[in-house]
Design a binder for this molecule. Structure first.
Ligand code: SF4
Length: 275
């Protein structure tokens, strides 16, 4: 979703990073730190950054990654020994062919899966998956849960409905909500039956029925190049014909690209009441 911004966003400086650690050491504001970026495992100082975060008092250090480099056991071990204990891994689909087609990287699925198996060898490390839901992946959602059922350290599965960082669906990746919904619900049911937590992002809350409490659109406090927010605004979230009547505090409504492609869907959306 952010691939078009990755070429020009400025990374946070080492000085800012040190300031943040010093701030948290004094004020104990956060218990966890998430290191992310275009692909954080390409950062040669990642083990050192994780170690510094742990030493400054962060209880948990998470990385967000495509997980491919974790397939090298030595590297995975190095990260865990440096203090990374939470791995948020992108899994695009349920099998090598589908996943590799989406990532456009041959062999990526097997490397990512091997990475998750490497994490599984550790007692104190957890993994969380995110599957971005697009026209190319939504039919795979229940199969993704099946494919990862054997991983014991996988504690949470997330499903984020694609947002294009644009007012238009330029890459033609959006699919209609009602078409995706049965696959999403089946995936949630399966994941929960395995004892996993589930979070859903950017889906109309009123369509989720018994799973409406799984919608979590909040994000951790983000330290990022301010230009990111200019790009993020282009999504045009919080649009809904029922916004005035709806009391949902969590729903992002529809975004501009979705409305342009599929309309307002006011006949299927139902304003929520908190009472
Ligand atoms: S009615 Fe609109 S704002 Fe309310 S939950 Fe549904 S999509 Fe979200």
């Amino acid at each position: 979703m952010i691939e078009d911004t990755m070429d020009y966003l400025e990374p946070q400086s080492r000085e800012k990073f040190e300031e943040l650690l010093a701030y948290n050491m004094r004020h104990k504001k956060w218990v966890g730190l998430i290191l992310t970026g275009s692909e954080i495992t390409l950062h040669r100082d990642l083990p050192e950054l994780a170690k510094a975060a742990k030493q400054s008092g962060f209880k948990h250090v998470r990385i967000q990654s495509h997980g491919m480099h974790l397939g090298k056991e030595e590297y995975c071990t190095k990260l865990i020994e440096s203090g990374v204990d939470e791995f948020f891994i992108s899994v695009a689909a349920a099998d090598a062919q589908s996943h590799d087609e989406i990532t456009q990287v041959q062999g990526s699925f097997n490397k990512t899966l091997q990475g998750m198996k490497n994490i599984d060898r550790w007692k104190h490390a957890i993994s969380i998956t995110n599957t971005v839901v697009t026209k190319e992946s939504y039919k795979q959602l229940p199969l993704v849960v099946d494919a990862l059922a054997h991983l014991k350290n996988l504690v949470q599965m997330e499903f984020w409905f694609y947002w294009p960082m644009s007012g238009k669906d330029d890459k033609s990746l959006l699919a209609p909500h009602l078409e995706m919904l049965p696959y999403l619900k089946e995936a949630v049911r399966k994941a929960q039956s395995l004892g996993r937590r589930v979070e859903i992002k950017n889906f109309p809350q009123c369509l989720l029925g018994e799973y409406k409490n799984l919608l979590v659109n909040g994000q951790p406090q983000l330290f990022i190049d301010p230009i990111f927010w200019r790009e993020f605004e282009k999504n045009g979230f919080y649009q809904c014909k029922h916004r005035d009547k709806c009391e949902s505090n969590e729903c992002l409504g529809l975004n501009s690209a979705y409305i342009e492609r599929y309309g307002w869907e006011e006949e299927i959306l139902i304003p929520q009441s908190n009472s």
